[in-house]
Ligand binder design. Structure first.
Ligand code: NAD
Ligand code: MG
Length: 358
């Protein structure tokens, strides 16, 4: 029996995770947490005793003593749970990419000390994890992260000036929470994933490529030094990587059918357009500069996306806000969580100030 603490239980990943847990008698929920939505009904339906809405997750995690934490919180608010699980050697199924992007080295150092499993839930990273499993890093040439390109693939920056919130929320291949859906439209999501992949797999940025694959059938590729490349393919359905992480290494049956090749699949690849989608370039630069630049990238992006969703900021100004924030922070490394929280707060303040100026 594996007892799972589910953080972000009312979200898109959280609800799909509950479906997976319900299907597998060897998985059980021991704690539920959300940001603001009530959890009483969910807790009653699943017989969960430990429940919390908002606040610091650490007391909840310590009270329920989980075998695994599924961090499906959105945003930097997930950082404490990520660090707690990694430090304590409790298996972490990680959907909350923002925490790994922001905490980076702090998280990986905690994982090394804790010695527990770190299983990516993000579909691309789950795919890469599976292609990399059992291989030594020196046989790897490079990693390829695939992107759908989002709803605005093929448009120029000029054509993006007037897109609306509804346009940005109409993702062609994935149904997800609002924040990550906007991130997919700006390609900030792929930028966050680039930094996430760097930390998860200890591969330098110059050996991680991003390529657009519009139907989201190819989730990731690993190129090996002998010229071979391994690809992970499947329908775009998050229940597959969620199930893979929660039941690792069992690979139980899911309700998702096998890939139907005879029905025809379109597998086209193209380079991302970094002029129309500068957030991908800015994320790579922030990752390469290191320190708390990725934390600042994430913080400014969170502020800008929230403002865009509120109708207070235009689509193209999301990237402008992040770029100007990154130009103003010092990016010095955080030695502990307090310094990281301070770096996050500084970047948020700078980004908010720029919103007022718009
Ligand atoms: P969502 O907005 O649908 O749900 C977010 C959940 O987090 C909600 O339950 C919310 O109440 C909770 N939450 C927010 N702030 C919190 C806080 N401070 N403390 C505790 N709980 C808090 O988001 P989502 O689409 O499910 O995405 C969750 C995470 O998974 C994000 O980091 C996203 O990037 C990642 N992810 C999502 C998908 C997807 O298909 N949805 C795919 C890959 C990765
Ligand atoms: Mg992803």
């Amino acid at each position: 029996m594996r007892r799972i603490a589910l953080l972000g239980a009312t979200g898109s990943i959280g609800r799909q995770a509950i479906e997976i847990v319900s299907l597998h008698p060897e998985l059980e929920l021991c704690a539920l947490m959300s940001g603001s939505s009530p959890l009483d009904e969910l807790a009653a339906a699943h017989g969960v005793e430990h429940v919390q809405v908002g606040g610091d997750p650490v007391a909840l995690l310590e009270a329920c003593e989980p075998d695994m934490v599924l961090n499906a919180v959105v945003g930097f608010g997930g950082v404490r749970a990520t660090l707690w699980a990694l430090e304590h050697g409790v298996a972490l199924a990680l959907a909350n990419k923002e925490s790994l992007v922001a905490a980076g080295k702090l998280a990986i150092d905690a994982a090394r000390r804790g010695g527990g499993l770190l299983l990516p839930v993000d579909s691309e990273h789950s795919a890469l994890f599976q292609c990399l499993e059992g291989r030594s890093l020196d046989t790897i040439h490079s990693l390829v992260l695939t992107a759908s390109g989002g709803p605005f693939r093929g448009r120029s920056a000029g054509e993006l000036a007037t897109v609306t919130v509804a346009d940005a929320l109409a993702h062609p291949t994935w149904r997800m929470g609002r924040k990550i859906t906007v991130d997919s439209a700006t390609l900030a999501n792929k930028g966050l994933e680039l930094i996430e992949a760097h930390w998860l797999f200890a591969v330098p940025y110059e050996r991680i490529e991003v390529v657009v694959q519009p139907t989201s059938i190819v989730h990731g590729l690993v190129r090996l030094r002998d010229g071979a490349a391994l690809a992970h393919v499947g329908y775009p359905d998050m229940r597959v990587p969620i199930s893979f992480a929660l039941a690792y290494p069992e690979r139980p049956v899911t309700t998702i059918g096998p890939l139907d090749l005879a029905a025809g699949l379109t597998l086209e690849f193209e380079a991302p357009d970094l002029d129309a989608f500068p957030l991908l370039r800015l994320a790579r630069e922030a990752g390469e500069r290191g320190g708390t630049y990725p934390c600042a990238f994430n913080a400014a992006n969170e502020v800008a996306v929230a403002a865009f969703l509120d109708g207070r900021l235009g689509f193209l100004e999301i990237a402008d806000t992040v770029e100007q924030t990154l130009a103003q922070v010092d990016g010095s490394p955080a030695r502990d969580l307090d310094e990281l929280v301070a770096a996050d707060a500084t970047a948020r303040r700078l980004a908010e100030r720029r919103l007022v100026a718009v």
